[in-house]
Design a protein. Structure first.
Length: 280
């Protein structure tokens, strides 16, 4: 079982889970933009600890739980990159490897560009190399309306109904995946709903539209930071990956036969690829 603790950041509690311990090299992980991030490392965390790392996973406030950051502007990737440094400072991590999936990878691009002196290496899991589709000029209120509609639709009569629907979308169902997904839901007025705060989810998506990952690629290239981009072949962003490699020449790009959610669809290969690259 991981060591679980809570930090106060931005006026909200942030839950941290740790596997392994110092003096093992620290690996800090940030999850995707969905309510299922709290236990995203329930398989990878112990495996990476076994491989010799002190693994730290953050459950983003308002996304992996119901308590949002006080200032919704703090969900911009640049500010979340600063929050990651704050977490690392409080945990006395010093320099660390950062691994991010999806939303976490987009944050990682800014983290590497703005704080390269704090990173040993940067791993981007199927994001950070491509921009987010959407109108950059959209207002936060418009995004909030859209996210609210999604929250209303994403309701289930009970836990069994949710698990049944989730199984249909996942090619490799297993107890660990069920545990991870169920942790992202909660009971509300007799129904099963997403644990995330719709305001926080909207602010995070709006922040990605405002601060697209490509705007940090030039600065990231100047850092000469070791970077691994892992592409999910079934998500097919090969062309964007080539553009990223051209913009950030020090990046190594690998591909895994998987859908976008690498740790759900291809856990063994993803875990091994990250561990071996960081170990080298």
């Amino acid at each position: 079982m991981p060591l679980k603790s809570t930090l106060q950041v931005g006026g909200a509690p942030l839950t941290v889970r740790e596997w392994g311990e110092p003096p093992a090299p620290p690996l800090l992980y940030w999850h995707g933009l969905n309510p299922f991030g709290a236990l995203e490392l329930n398989e990878a965390g112990p495996a990476w600890a076994e491989a010799g790392f002190h693994v730290v996973a953050c459950a983003a406030p308002g996304i992996a739980d119901t308590h949002a950051l006080r200032d919704l502007g703090d969900y911009r990737p640049t500010r979340l990159a600063n929050l990651v440094i704050d977490v690392a400072d409080r945990l006395e991590l010093g320099r660390f490897a950062f691994v991010g999936w999806s939303w976490g990878a987009s944050i990682g691009v800014y983290l590497g560009a703005r704080h390269p002196q704090r990173l040993q290496a940067l791993v981007l899991l199927d994001a950070g190399h491509t921009d987010i589709p959407g109108d950059q000029d959209r207002r936060l209120e418009d995004v909030l309306g859209e996210i609210s509609e999604q929250h209303v639709r994403f309701r289930f009569d009970d836990s069994d109904a949710f698990v049944s629907a989730a199984r249909e979308q996942r090619p490799r169902w297993r107890p660990a995946l069920e545990e991870r997904l169920c942790a992202g839901m909660r009971e509300q007025n007799g129904a099963i709903v997403a644990r995330s705060d719709r305001r926080a989810a909207a602010a995070a998506w709006h922040g990605l539209l405002q601060e697209q990952p490509s705007s940090a690629h030039t600065a990231l290239a100047r850092t000469q930071l070791p970077i691994l981009l892992v592409l999910a072949s079934r998500n097919d962003t090969t062309e964007e990956g080539e553009r990223f490699r051209a913009a950030v020449p020090q990046a190594e790009v690998r591909s895994i036969d998987s859908g976008h959610d690498l740790l759900a669809d291809a856990p063994e290969e993803t875990i091994r690829t990250v561990a071996e690259w960081l170990g080298a």
